[in-house]
Design a protein around this ligand. Structure first.
Ligand code: C5J
Length: 232
């Protein structure tokens, strides 16, 4: 529930243009800030990636998460992962490429990308409160084969503040899915990261190009500023 002493709306200085949001119809959506992507020994590293590239997103997300909790905004965390019997993991995903370990193989943080394993969990710095929503998703997009649509409808959500990893994969896929469903998406530039800095830059450009074809982009400072000043 929104905190009555806090602003109920704010204008985020974003690209391609500022956007005014009502916080009661806005959710903070934090994509896949899981040990499997962020830490050595997880899914991200098995694919050959330098996981240290993602660490830069943690502090900006933590700052906005703290403000969102203070404001009473709906907070949604997502986790990519599969059932232990892999029944929700398409062979085309499991067999892809030549990773050092495949989805479901035992690794240093438990079975790779499997629900309930240590690697599947969210990093301690951004750990969900019991009151927050956690969406487990088998795919890259947070709407595919999940209850996210029902949750957002239940809370009357129209706008999404999106952050997490990785910019061009699960963040972009989720924003595109959300945009087609009619949600206004503001993507936090420094609250997203990629194993490939150039994909991060292009991923953000693709969202805000053509008048904001998929949404808006703003940094965490602009989001925090909007959340502290009321424009009602
Ligand atoms: C990937 C994700 N990169 N969360 N997942 O496979 O972006």
């Amino acid at each position: 529930m929104l905190n009555a002493s806090k602003p109920t709306s704010g204008t985020i200085v974003a690209e391609p243009e500022p956007i005014k949001l009502d916080w009661s119809t806005t959710a903070l959506v934090i994509i896949d800030m899981q040990r499997d992507f962020m830490e050595p020994g997880g899914f991200g590293e098995t694919l050959g990636n330098d996981v240290s590239q993602l660490a830069r997103a943690v502090k900006p997300i933590a700052a906005v998460l703290a403000r969102a909790r203070d404001t009473g905004m709906l907070v949604v965390h997502t986790r990519e992962g599969h059932l232990p019997d892999l029944s929700d993991a398409p062979p085309a995903k499991v067999e892809r490429g030549a990773p050092s370990l495949r989805i479901g193989d035992p690794g240093p943080m438990g079975r790779i990308l499997i629900r309930g394993e240590a690697g599947h969990d969210i990093i301690p710095e951004l750990y969900p409160l019991d009151s927050e929503i956690v969406i487990d998703k088998p795919g890259k997009g947070a709407f595919y084969a999940t209850e996210l649509t029902d949750v957002l409808e239940k809370y009357g959500i129209e706008n999404l503040l999106v952050c997490g990893v990785t910019t061009e994969v699960c963040v972009n896929t989720t924003v595109r899915e959300a945009n087609d469903r009619g949600y206004r998406c503001v993507v936090m530039s420094d609250g997203c990261a990629s194993y490939f800095p150039e994909f991060h830059e292009m991923g953000l450009k693709m969202i805000k190009a053509q008048g904001g074809i998929f949404g808006w982009v703003a940094d965490s400072a602009a989001v925090l500023e909007a959340m502290k000043t009321s424009t009602t």
